[in-house]
Design a protein around this ligand. Structure first.
Ligand SMILES: [Fe+2]
Length: 586
């Protein structure tokens, strides 16, 4: 039985395909259209899912959608009515997309896919919950979902057992940790639903002592936090409930200045505001999770929703709550709900037993050696072919060790926002100049942002102060941990200003070739850690096809591209037709 899950029309449209309980394919639309966070109907992602299994839409038994649009529209209507006439402008500008797309999803799905069956609508936080629990390693777990907003819900918790999910309590719009984070992201001059992680990366440059950070006390005026972690906003500080912007004039006054202009200087005040936001977010989440544990008494925790991508906080959960084990959906924001939708239909609605654990994130397209060779030959690209795995490993490791930046394109593309060794850029974490080289030549991104280390799981505890045993969530780069002090200067390129690192741990069976590259690099350099950063430039989605990868290398300072067994040197190919600067935007 095939079930197709769809998420679209908000941000990060995606599709996922389940076959007899197993997720066999999943991808985000942006990877195909090359439009970052593309929210349009994911026709390309759906096409990929079906083609990967050699099936057509006629083979699909059910299609599920990641929210209930009419319930969501009811919320939008009621918030606009409540705020009328202030809300009129936003209401009028958002109405066409509701009339033309969001409320006509069934018709669109049937027409565009020539699909004749029923479409099932799964509540948004239930879809998040299913994406976290039903593919997790746990038979029973506490479920915690937290995002900007679904239909009405912004935070929910409950219990998952076997194939059932029971959400017990929720917090509703407009009170939302996700929307608070996004409001301050907007205030700091970054793009909402995209750059929240930059604010998280900026926060350790600010004062993380709440008694010394002046903005901690100020931001506390905005949100009333109760002992159980529930909270209520003073909505006079926000305008997102009736406008297409987020901070109010009153919030700007509270934070001592106007909204920061993008690309303008980031001052200590901005850094302190980012730090205060992270402190308050952590305070709310810790209080809430401790309360949730008292209610569920189950020490396994699964999480999803955009806020579950706050890897800085995730690394602190097991230390600050009674939970003993944690699993997080690697695609925790809305893109991941398409997996939740098909799992929910198959297990919770149809009652089939669980037979799938999501132990890696390689669910996207792959390209055969033959396809890659044809691409290279057709485009008259100069390359060499490496003989066998041994030579491939030896050569790649040597290039990295000699200070080169290597584009790494192998196997199936990753699911979710992180590159995990299928579409990655690899470099030497021990090279003190590498952060600057990568920032200037490849990523064109803000200097304050850290790069991430990758390490084989059995070597991780030597270098990082991880939870023990290391949670599988670290395999998906979802946990930030302190780097042991004596290694800060040994791996400067991946040590953030506060001494932390957002590591990826790799288990051999997840990706044997990637694992061997890291191990071999350890033998050569003495440190089995590499920089792993996503294979894209700022403003672009992660590369998907050989063409995307080649284009990205030629437009940047990436020195080599290792694509399957083929080695392509940038210098040996004409470079003047590519210019990454035009793509480098937020
Ligand atoms: Fe969501």
């Amino acid at each position: 039985m095939y079930i197709l899950g769809i998420s679209c029309y908000y941000h990060d449209a995606s599709a996922a395909l389940l076959k007899d309980g197993r997720i066999v394919a999943a991808a985000e639309e942006e990877r195909f259209t090359r439009k970052k966070h593309d929210n349009s109907f994911p026709i390309n992602a759906i096409k990929y899912c079906l083609e990967s299994q050699n099936i057509t839409i006629k083979d699909v038994a059910h299609i599920g959608f990641y929210e209930k649009p009419f319930v969501k529209f009811e919320r939008v209507l009621s918030q606009h009515l409540e705020m009328f006439p202030l809300s009129l402008k936003t209401f009028l500008s958002s109405t066409p997309s509701w009339i033309n797309e969001k409320l006509r999803v069934v018709g669109i799905i049937k027409k565009r896919l020539k699909y004749k069956g029923d479409v099932l609508f799964i509540e948004h936080h239930l879809a998040h919950a299913a994406s976290a629990f039903l593919v997790s390693p746990f038979k029973r777990a506490t479920i915690f979902t937290v995002d900007g907003v679904g239909e009405w819900t912004t935070t929910a918790y409950g219990i998952g057992e076997g194939t059932s999910i029971h959400l017990i309590k929720e917090i509703k719009f407009p009170n939302s940790i996700g929307l608070l984070y996004s409001t301050i992201t907007a205030y700091l001059g970054f793009t909402v639903n995209n750059s929240e992680y930059k604010v998280m990366g900026l926060s350790p440059y600010g004062t993380m002592d709440k008694n010394k950070n002046p903005y901690y006390a100020k931001l506390k005026k905005v949100v009333d936090i109760k002992e159980d972690g529930s909270f209520r906003f003073d909505m006079s500080y926000f305008i997102y409930h009736y406008a297409d912007r987020m901070p109010s004039k009153k919030l700007c006054k509270l934070l001592d200045g106007p909204v920061r202009k993008p690309e303008s200087e980031i001052t200590q005040r901005h850094k302190d505001i980012a730090a205060a936001l992270q402190l308050i977010t952590e305070e709310i989440l810790t209080k809430m999770l401790n309360y949730v544990y008292k209610a569920t008494k189950c020490k396994n925790l699964v999480m999803s929703g955009g806020v579950a991508l706050n890897s800085v906080y995730n690394g602190k959960i097991l230390r600050n709550t009674p939970f003993k084990k944690i699993w997080i959906q690697p695609n925790a924001s809305d893109g991941g709900t398409s997996i939740g939708v098909c799992s929910y239909i198959y297990h919770a609605l149809l009652g089939h037993k669980r037979n799938f654990l999501m132990r890696d994130a390689y669910l996207g397209p792959e390209f055969s050696k033959q396809e890659i060779k044809e691409f290279l030959d057709k485009n008259k690209i100069t390359y060499s072919e490496l003989r066998g795995e041994k030579e491939l490993i030896k050569k790649t490791v040597k290039l990295i060790y000699e200070g080169n930046v290597v584009g790494w394109f192998q196997g199936r593309m990753e699911w979710g926002p992180r590159a995990l060794g299928a579409r990655s850029i690899l470099a030497d974490a021990g090279n003190p100049d590498m952060k600057e080289i990568l920032n200037l030549k490849v990523k064109h991104r803000e200097k304050f942002r850290p790069f991430a280390p990758v390490v084989c799981v059995e070597d991780a505890l030597k270098y990082f102060e991880c939870d023990k045993p290391i949670p599988e969530a670290a395999d998906f780069m979802l946990m930030v941990y302190p780097i042991r002090k004596k290694y800060h200067k040994i791996i400067p390129a991946v040590t953030h200003v506060d001494g932390s690192g957002r590591l990826q741990t790799v288990r051999r069976w997840q990706n044997p070739l990637y694992y061997k590259i890291i191990k071999e690099f350890g033998k050569l350099s003495g440190i089995p850690i590499l920089i792993n950063t996503s294979f894209n430039i700022r403003g672009e989605p992660i590369v998907c096809s050989p063409n995307d990868a080649y284009k990205c290398m030629m437009g940047t300072g990436i020195d080599y591209l290792v694509m399957d067994k083929f080695l392509i040197k940038r210098e040996e190919n004409p470079q003047d037709m590519w210019d990454s600067e035009v793509y480098a935007k937020d």
